[in-house]
Design a binder for this molecule. Structure first.
Ligand SMILES: Cc1cc2nc3c(=O)[nH]c(=O)nc-3n(C[C@H](O)[C@H](O)[C@H](O)COP(=O)(O)O)c2cc1C
Length: 205
């Protein structure tokens, strides 16, 4: 039993990208975090479980440095114009970017190996060996009243981020940066999505 007591379907539909409703004033308790990591480590891997690493960043100076890299990349990579239906999400994204250094915890999941030097199949196995664990972490966080957001923009400056965190860049890839905080309120709604039929193919494309 977890604090929010969500059904599996509720958990899967309400684990959303949380940006504006991260409580920046409340620290994340270590034992709560440990529970999320214990569940994440139950995820499947393509035989590379020993290569998992989760960097938990709470140090203000390091968070500031990561947030600066994130913002630099955001300025460079944000689309120049967005359709009206994406404008709300862009505003939320700007809100989070401006406050990234204030989020109590930034989690950087990493995996040993560098995809650039791998054949395609091994790349797929490497990314696929860490992504399920990260998503399990995010689901476990939601079930405990924590909000998360999968972000990737800082990876444009992965090498600089590795220097900030002491990660051996040549051997280890960062895969994301996940801000984590208690949520402001606990109710979240399922997202609006295109009808699933457009994305499902039976027997042939
Ligand atoms: C691989 C991946 C990378 C993402 N990178 C970022 C990011 O760098 N910054 C950000 O604010 N959100 C990022 N997101 C979150 C998406 O923008 C978010 O899921 C999108 O706004 C749709 O929101 P919804 O799932 O609530 O519909 C990322 C999500 C995924 C899965």
């Amino acid at each position: 039993m977890t604090p929010l007591d969500l059904t599996p379907d509720e958990l899967l539909t309400t684990t959303r990208t949380v940006r504006k409703r991260l409580d920046l004033t409340r620290p994340v308790e270590r034992e709560l975090l440990q529970g999320c990591l214990d569940l994440a480590f139950q995820a499947p891997t393509g035989g590379n479980q020993q290569g998992w690493h989760f960097l938990l960043v709470t140090d203000p100076g390091r968070k500031q440095a990561l947030a600066d890299l994130y913002r630099k990349s955001k300025v460079e990579n944000d689309p120049k114009s967005v359709p009206p239906r994406e404008q709300r999400s862009m505003a939320a994204s700007a809100y989070l970017a401006a406050r990234m250094h204030e989020v109590p915890l930034l989690v950087i999941p990493c995996i040993e190996g560098r995809a650039e030097s791998m054949p395609f199949m091994q790349q797929a196995v490497t990314w696929g060996s860490i992504m399920p664990a990260v998503w399990s972490f995010m689901l476990a966080a939601r079930s405990r009243g924590l909000g998360t957001a999968w972000t990737s923009l800082h990876l444009a400056y992965e090498r600089e981020a590795a220097d900030v965190l002491g990660i051996p860049y040549d051997q280890v890839m960062q895969v994301a940066m996940i801000p984590v905080a208690h949520t402001i309120g606990t109710s979240f709604r399922p997202a609006a999505r295109n009808p699933s039929g457009q994305h499902i193919h039976w027997d042939q494309w």
